[in-house]
Design a protein around this ligand. Sequence first.
Ligand SMILES: NC(=O)c1ccc[n+]([C@@H]2O[C@H](COP(=O)([O-])OP(=O)(O)OC[C@H]3O[C@@H](n4cnc5c(N)ncnc54)[C@H](O)[C@@H]3O)[C@@H](O)[C@H]2O)c1
Ligand SMILES: [Zn+2]
Length: 363
Amino acid sequence: MRKIKVRLGKRSYDIAVCSNEITRLGSVVKKLKIGTDAIVITNSTIKRLFGSKVKKSLESAGFSVNIKIVPDSETAKSETRCIELLNYLSKSDGSRKKLFIVALGGGVVGDLAGFVASIYRRGIPYIQVPTTLLAQVDSAIGGKVAIDLKVGKNLAGSFYQPRLVFSDTGLLRTLGKKDLASGMAEVIKYGIIKSPPLFKFLEKNYKKVLRGDKRSLQYIVGVASAIKANIVAKDEYDGKNVRVILNLGHTIGHAIEAAAQYKKSYSHGQAVALGMIAASRISMQLGLLDKSAYSRIKKLIKNAGLPSVIKGLDTGNIFSAQEHDKKFIHGKNRFVLPVKIGKVVVKEGIPRSLIKDSIASLL
Ligand SMILES: NC(=O)c1ccc[n+]([C@@H]2O[C@H](COP(=O)([O-])OP(=O)(O)OC[C@H]3O[C@@H](n4cnc5c(N)ncnc54)[C@H](O)[C@@H]3O)[C@@H](O)[C@H]2O)c1
Ligand SMILES: [Zn+2]
């Protein structure tokens, strides 16, 4: 078990990266002294796969365990589910109890359970047990927790750090191809923003990763987690222009997700992959990125089973969704642009013609 520290003073915690060690969860949690009664929040798919193992492990470490199921889709990150969970917690609570939450699932469960933990009784401890690649390398780390509002995703949220992230890569074996590739997009992102060795590893070993090879998965989850932990430690509340680099590919990625929302045709990672190609193209056209690096990025994205062209979407819709997104960042567009493998810069006010061209080039 490799332990990576997220250094945030009093709010520091470990990311435990392991493979097939879910039976040790209870004993690792026990050492944290965060409570006596575990409320495991998960969905029915994940409960069927890992529910009893997680319950057993926690019970054998002396915790009482209750499992609460939420729907298996983004719709779980809703006001309705949030209030339902708060009421469930209040009913499960008592003077002799000390509740803590275990978020067992992908980013959806993690965001919802973490948000509920942040507001129930003004905050109770929670731990993340991420079960998707995306959650292990990204969403479970860093304390951004949220639910969606009708007008947009993640609009009600807080910064609330978990007390532990327990990433067992063995849990990823049952993940579908699309979800594995979706997580790969974020891993490729870490390579581009910070780590040439990670990028090279992926170029060489992408087939192994997609096959679920144990050593490869542990390596990439470890490296990616360490990069995210470092970035979060420097900018916990996303106000110092450090954490922003994690948004590589997300400006146009979000616009693609928004334009595709009714068809659900693009997963987050697929949209981010396309967004990273678009951002790389903008960077190349600004003379910041050379063509060979652009080609390597595009090739790795393709090899990882991610799309490099858009199908079935209107570029006009994508562009206007991107314009709409701007209202949340003081009316200026802001792009994270790769300048070489392992380094990015942040630029505002990119000309609209360049953005349009980069979207059009994805067709
Ligand atoms: N908080 C953050 O910093 C942050 C960062 C990125 C994304 N997110 C959020 O994460 C969410 C997306 O997360 P996601 O991609 O993990 O999706 P998800 O949570 O919907 O999981 C994807 C699918 O995989 C299934 N699944 C999960 N683990 C499985 C396993 N081990 N085996 C088989 N099936 C499994 C789930 O039931 C679901 O159907 C979005 O809501 C996004 O906003 C948050
Ligand atoms: Zn993302």
